[in-house]
Design a protein around this ligand. Structure first.
Ligand code: HEM
Length: 426
């Protein structure tokens, strides 16, 4: 058999992405590319918005590319890795890669405390994780399960007879946030205000508006903490406000650093996942039917929804100079892990573009990997599994409402409105 030489194809792909924008001197010019198609910023109507990322893993394409588009005022670009193995290396090698600077929106409000645990490197990271894990162990989550299930059932039954619901706005946006507020002991009365602030921070793309929202959130959370110190309860917010590590009380910066980051990480993520999950189900009736006929599939199906809809491409700060793939990464550079590509790497996932609700091994990076693996992953999975179980039991075959716009900016923004329709039983 004659194999085509991949080199010319790779060279022409690389040439098609090359772009003449400034990059640091140590970055070879031919590696400076426009690969925003893999970054998830383009609104589209596709079930598989990341299909094009396969080209990044074509044989002969350099494994480390440099995107000159900064993701904040202070950065002038980032290295990018797109192979599963390379992403794993970045997440797991804490000697060379750090989370300093990741998701530190509080800087926009002039705050200097770190996001905890995300912004903390080893060895300190482990002590914060141990402290917080108490509320996220399987036993703690098992205790929460009946409440979460009752909430899902109550909310679904409220609309099941109607034959129509905006599943993104009226359900997906509300259900996980109600679970989160209850977990933290935050008042439900703040629901709309929290989501409005969260939207400004994650989606306005305007630093002044982001900073204003962060200032208000942090002021609110500081009052909440003061109140929980006066009147403690058994919720996570109070546990942090009155927390101790290594025999000493947490400092005010540690308390707000944890409370703030949980607020940021816990509000929008499951909601975005739900809206994308329902869009896929609404467009794929055979999948819905399978989930109804084989309830045992729920766990693996949820994992597959998560794999196929990675919400973020995480980045890391390079701590020390490093030679890799024929280039030098310098201390102070950033490197982005394209989960939007790694989750579809055929070296890790057989037939990766096929949605397989029974996929037996599914170690995707939607929750990243290594020590910063999402603390809320088990809670999120549980919320999603309960939802799929209870929904398909109560709602017959559903479709997207004719004429509805299912356009989505992939990632955290997700679908704001997704009306779905069905014929109610009886
Ligand atoms: C489907 C839902 C969720 C997704 C896709 C998700 C995604 C992520 C990702 C990608 C990270 C790592 C960020 C990075 O390393 O750059 C992360 C970390 C984290 N997430 Fe989630 N998350 C979800 C739900 C939640 C929930 C519900 C909570 C809290 C109740 C939460 C709390 C956290 C925390 C505390 C971290 C930091 C962990 C550490 O640094 O050790 N997440 N999450």
């Amino acid at each position: 058999m004659v194999h085509a030489d991949p080199a010319p194809a790779a060279a022409s792909l690389l040439a098609s992405w090359q772009i003449d924008l400034p990059a640091p001197d140590h970055v070879p010019r031919e590696r400076v590319v426009d690969i925003r198609f893999a970054m998830g910023g383009e609104a589209n109507d596709l079930l598989d918005p990341y299909a094009e990322t396969d080209r990044l893993r074509a044989p002969g394409v350099p494994r480390l590319l440099f995107s000159p588009y900064g993701f904040s005022d202070k950065t002038c670009g980032t290295w990018c890795v797109s192979h599963y193995e390379d992403i794993r290396r970045v997440y797991e090698d804490n000697e060379y890669f750090s989370t300093k600077g990741v998701a530190q929106f509080q800087l926009l409000a002039g705050e200097t405390f770190p996001s905890i645990p995300l912004g903390i490197d080893p060895p300190d990271h482990a002590k914060y994780r141990r402290f917080l894990n108490v509320h996220f162990t399987p036993v703690a989550l098992q205790k929460l399960e009946p409440k979460v299930r009752a909430l899902a059932v109550e909310m679904i039954e409220e609309f099941a007879h109607r034959g129509e619901v905006d599943i993104a706005h009226d359900f997906g946006r509300v259900y996980p946030v109600r679970v989160f507020l209850d977990l933290m002991g935050l008042p439900f009365a703040m629901f709309e205000q929290f989501l409005a602030w969260e939207y400004e921070i994650l989606h306005s793309r305007d630093h002044a508006r982001m900073g204003a929202a962060v200032t208000q959130v942090i002021a609110y959370l500081r009052e909440f903490i003061a109140e929980k110190r006066k009147n403690p309860d058994d919720k996570l917010g109070s546990y942090i406000a009155n927390g101790e590590i290594e025999g000493r009380p947490l400092t005010p910066d540690e308390v707000i650093g944890m409370t703030w980051f949980l607020w940021l990480g816990g509000l929008d993520t499951v909601a975005s996942t739900i809206s994308q999950m329902f869009r896929r189900m609404a467009l794929d009736q055979a999948l819905q039917q399978r989930l109804r006929d084989e309830p045992g599939l729920t766990n693996t199906a949820v994992e597959e929804f998560l794999r196929m809809q990675p919400l973020v491409n995480s980045f890391r700060l390079v701590k020390k100079d490093l030679e890799w793939d024929g280039v030098t990464l310098k201390a102070g550079d950033y490197i982005t892990c394209l989960n939007s590509s790694g989750n579809f790497d055929p070296a890790q996932f057989p037939d990766p573009r096929t949605f397989d609700p029974a996929r037996p091994v599914n170690r995707h990076y939607t929750f990243v990997g290594g020590i910063h693996l999402c603390l809320g992953a088990h809670l999120a999975r549980r919320e999603l599994r309960i939802l799929v179980d209870e929904f398909v039991k109560r709602v017959p075959t559903f479709t997207v409402k004719p004429g509805a716009d299912t356009t989505v900016v992939p990632g955290l923004l997700s679908i704001r409105n997704l009306p779905i329709v069905w014929t109610p039983a009886g």
